[in-house]
Design a protein around this ligand. Structure first.
Ligand SMILES: O=C(O)CCC(=O)C(=O)O
Ligand SMILES: [Fe+2]
Length: 442
């Protein structure tokens, strides 16, 4: 059942509708569905009761804000229990209900997007509930925007590209002539990187639902949505930071439609599960069968583990302007990485060469912002693989062992190309123009 928002009051009915939608009706069950478990259950229960009784809104909201803050503090200090993410999610769902008016609807949507982005909409049925609340709020409270799908798409300026000059790799990533069978992939191909050119060129994302079109990307989200953005070209820099930003403003900053001034800051939507937030995008791509393989650890990387979620699959979007760089790092997963818009240069080397990669060690993590979000950057290298050869012999082992190795490779991916990366391989990426990619970790 869809919640109905024909009245703008902040009422018992909405709580009842939420509980009905989640299949719960008793008072205690209602409190539980909004609850976090553990010690904060009573606190949340009283906040819910305040809401239901329509006691002064400021009191209830104060309680909810405090609960959300507590949950956030716990989450950022690395407490992994699901209860904090649930509490954050539920407090934000309730806070959004306190902003149901035409004047405050964008705040309501902001609360709901925060629950998705920051807490992964934790809790049974919460994601569907949040998405349906957002679309109801958009259609009932936000002045309608007309999205024209006929506007131009992002087109690279020229089809003649400067030849790629990389000082840190001498070999090309192999391109296979045809996709390996699932059996060949699972028995042989999974141990080394490869590229399948044009693998995804028939996906709707490159055709009838172009991810190169800001108008299309706006239309799948609707107005008022927030997304997490990294500010700065490289997450190792001192001035690098993260923020939540309006999706509309971010798309404008990318100048996909060629109509606005390009901003000074490099803004990068990186490693974000955009398809969970805007589920219409799911039908524009196809998860290749390879992603459902259960594979052993690759040679030289015994630490492999598949992602710890139901599907054992994490799909992330990477959207940003020319010049965004992901410095050389490793991830503990296999990766199917598909380039959808623009060109992206990839640099790779094997985990067999890890000892020459100059990774950060925990106490040398120079970026406080990065420190907040990732307790350790030990999977990230100090070396600028896209830079000049280091002056003054800063990374002699890298120069001696990595640059010269056959296991060190590069390529520039074009729209439609798929790159397969075994778990633990070092990879660095640089966008050569406005770029949209999808990674599938499994
Ligand atoms: O595209 C990028 O900037 C980085 C992608 C990446 O690191 C990944 O897919 O694991
Ligand atoms: Fe990565």
């Amino acid at each position: 059942m869809q919640p109905s928002f024909s009245d703008t009051s902040w009422s018992t009915r909405i709580i009842a509708e939420i509980s009905q939608q989640l299949g719960d009706t008793s008072d205690r069950a209602t409190a539980q569905l909004l609850g976090c478990g553990e010690d904060n259950f009573n606190l949340l229960l009283s906040a819910v009761q305040d809401l239901v009784a329509e006691t002064p809104r400021s009191n209830s909201c104060g309680t909810l804000e405090a609960l959300a803050k507590l949950a956030h503090t716990k989450m950022s200090s690395g407490e992994a229990q699901i209860c904090w993410r649930r509490m954050y999610t539920d407090a934000h769902i309730l806070l959004s209900l306190s902003e149901l008016s035409p004047h405050t609807a964008l705040h309501a949507i902001g609360y709901l997007d925060r629950a998705i982005i920051i807490a992964g909409a934790a809790g049974d049925g919460r994601l569907d509930l949040i998405l349906s609340l957002i679309s109801n709020i958009q259609s009932n409270y936000v002045q309608s925007h007309h999205f024209s799908l006929t506007r131009s798409r992002f087109e690279p300026n020229s089809s003649v590209h400067e030849p790629l000059v990389l000082h840190t790799s001498r070999h090309a990533i192999p391109s296979l002539n045809s996709p390996p069978s699932l059996e060949t992939f699972q028995t042989k191909s999974y141990t080394n990187p490869f590229i399948l050119r044009k693998f995804a060129s028939n996906w709707p994302a490159l055709n009838e639902h172009p991810w190169s079109s800001a108008a299309y990307l706006r239309s799948v989200a609707g107005p008022g949505r927030l997304v997490p953005i990294e500010v700065g070209t490289d997450y190792r820099a001192d001035d690098w930071t993260q923020m939540l930003m309006s999706w509309d403003d971010f798309l404008t900053s990318l100048d996909l439609d060629g109509q606005s001034a390009v901003p000074e800051d490099v803004l990068y939507l990186a490693q974000h599960n955009l398809l969970m937030q805007f589920p219409e995008l799911n039908s524009d791509i196809t998860i290749p069968d390879y992603a459902y393989s259960s594979l052993p650890s690759p040679p030289d990387y015994p630490k492999y583990r598949s992602p710890n979620n139901e599907d054992q699959l994490v799909v992330n979007g990477w959207l940003g302007p020319k010049g965004t760089i992901s410095p050389a790092h490793t991830d503990p997963y296999y990766n199917l990485f598909v380039q959808i818009v623009g060109r992206k240069t990839v640099w790779l080397t094997s985990p067999a060469l890890s000892k020459h990669m100059y990774p950060y060690v925990a106490q040398h993590c120079e970026n406080p912002a990065a420190n907040n979000t990732s307790p350790s950057m030990s999977n990230t290298s100090h070396v600028d693989v896209f830079g000049e050869v280091s002056k003054g012999d800063r990374y002699p082992d890298f120069e001696r062992h990595v640059i010269t190795s056959k296991l060190t490779m590069h390529a520039t991916l074009e729209p439609g190309d798929l790159l397969f990366l075994p778990a633990g391989w070092w990879h660095a990426m640089r966008a050569e123009e406005t770029s949209f990619s999808v990674s599938m970790w499994f």
